[in-house]
Write a protein that binds this ligand. Structure first.
Ligand code: GAP
Length: 459
């Protein structure tokens, strides 16, 4: 990946892991994330995104799309639908295999996924919370059902997609025929997936409706290892490039008992939070499982003919599959800091040290005083000019120190202050979030100065 240098000094010093409640509270208070249907009591494992949340998600999605699709000549994107033909999920193995094994405590009635229980609790059949006896294991399919058609009795049962990548296999042949791509090549997609998770929880970490990003990279079987290694390393470097706490990222190979039904080999890219080391993205060796199964179930030949050698074969697939929501959550957990009072700052502050690329608001424009018309007019003019280039916020409520705090808390990397000197010489103060340093620039210098620091593809 061509990744430009960081334009801002990010904190490298290790800080304690951030409690999840801090992020839940900030998210609600400042409009990142709300519980879905809250006025009805909410639905477990389903969330909505507020004004800042949607900006953050959009920047995350756009950066992934740019670095995976727009800067790779042999990768293209599609957008498939959530609902597909029901046979897709038989072919994919989800109807049969996409299950969680669950036990319920006979005493406290809590439910646990067997694969997440400590080994000694499984061996002793003992509840990890109250020590009560665990009941018989039961199996739950995670697919969410829905129905197509209007006449009762004639409706067809199908599923909300359990993994977004299936559309890529369904459209693989159309992409091949409508483009000039040849193997090796990749198809990307970002889209919602739905799972009736038995134990949703930990805020955005395990939801029932969430968003995935996938690359499916189609290769000749003899080149599988090479491309598997290539994408594993590239995706690991990608994640490393977007976080402050590099030591909280690792690659972990799956043990044989962890592999999904389609995977012959897999690695997880994991990030360490208060939840421990947890999967952020999976790198899967899917081999010919998907195209072979869809060929078999649909009756359509999905093999590929090499234009030069005329060799005919089912391409093998390297998958890199991550979560937009886990990226959103991990970036907040990675960026959140509470700074104690210091020389520069007498009150202390909460600061989101998000990479400026991802900050939901890139710049805030602040008149020093809101009762001085000339200051307000100039600040509004600057805000309007900057709005054409990036997300800018105009703010004139409360004293300047408070306004800086408000912007620090949502991760705004730059604040532009219009003061009395501005009216004389057209210069403004630009205050940077992390070091709280200030520079004085001419208004005309602002666009280039800010763009260079907040856009990944500017310089
Ligand atoms: N197509 C392969 C696949 O779906 P997965 O490991 O089940 O693999 C890929 O999911 C990614 O989707 C995970 O690494 C995670 O980031 C995200 N993900 C999976 N289940 C999720 C859930 N219930 N809530 C939020 N994100 C989830």
């Amino acid at each position: 990946m061509t990744q430009t240098e960081d334009k801002i000094t990010l904190s490298t010093e290790d800080t304690p892991l951030v409690p999840m409640e801090k992020i839940v509270s900030l998210s609600k208070r400042r409009g990142f994330v709300y519980p879905n249907s809250e006025i009805y009591g909410g639905v477990s494992g389903i969330y909505d995104f507020g004004p800042l949340g949607v900006e953050l998600r959009n920047t995350i999605r756009r950066y992934w799309w740019w670095s995976m699709v727009q800067t790779n000549d042999n990768v293209v994107g599609i957008e498939g639908n959530i609902i597909t033909h029901p046979r897709v999920w038989e072919a994919s193995g989800h109807v049969e295999n996409f299950v969680d094994r669950l036990v319920e405590c006979k005493n406290c009635k809590r439910r646990f996924r067997i694969d997440q229980l400590p080994k000694e609790n499984v061996e002793q059949n003992k509840c990890p919370v109250c020590g009560g006896e665990l009941g018989e294991p039961r199996v739950f399919n995670l697919m969410m059902e829905t129905y197509i058609g209007v006449v009762e009795g004639e409706r067809t049962k199908t599923y909300l997609r359990g993994e977004a990548c299936q559309n890529i296999y369904l459209d693989y042949d159309n992409v091949l025929k409508s483009s000039r791509l040849q193997i090796p090549f990749g198809i990307c997609q970002i889209g919602k997936a739905f799972r009736n998770e038995v134990t949703p929880g930990n805020f955005l970490f395990r939801q029932r409706e969430f968003e995935q990003w996938d690359l499916q990279f189609f290769v000749h079987p003899s080149e599988m290892q090479k491309w598997f290694d290539y994408w594993r390393e590239r995706r690991f470097a990608w994640y490393k490039g977007i976080i402050n706490h590099k030591d909280r990222l690792r690659l972990r190979p799956h043990g044989p008992d962890e592999l999904a039904h389609y995977a012959k080999q897999a690695f997880d890219i994991e990030y360490r939070t208060v939840l421990g080391w947890q999967e952020w993205e999976g790198i899967h060796w899917r081999q010919d499982w998907d195209l072979s199964r869809h060929s078999q179930f649909s009756g359509q030949d999905l093999s590929y003919t090499d234009p030069e050698t005329k060799e005919r074969y089912i391409p093998w697939i390297v998958e890199t599959s991550g979560g937009v929501d886990r990226t959103f959550l991990n970036l907040l957990l990675d960026a959140y800091e509470e700074e104690p009072p210091s020389g520069k700052d007498k009150e202390g502050r909460t600061v989101l040290r998000l990479h400026p690329w991802f900050a939901p608001v890139k710049v805030a424009v602040l008149p020093l005083q809101k009762n001085k018309e000339e200051l307000v007019t100039t600040a509004r003019d600057i805000h309007k000019r900057l709005q054409r280039l990036m997300v800018s916020q105009y703010d004139d409520v409360a004293n300047i120190g408070r306004r800086y705090r408000r912007q620090d808390e949502i991760g705004t990397p730059f604040c532009v202050t219009v003061d009395f000197q501005t009216l004389e010489d057209q210069t403004v103060t630009v205050r940077e979030r992390d070091g709280m340093t200030q520079v004085r620039l001419h208004i005309n210098e602002l666009p280039a100065y800010l763009l260079e620091r907040v856009m990944w593809n500017y310089s």
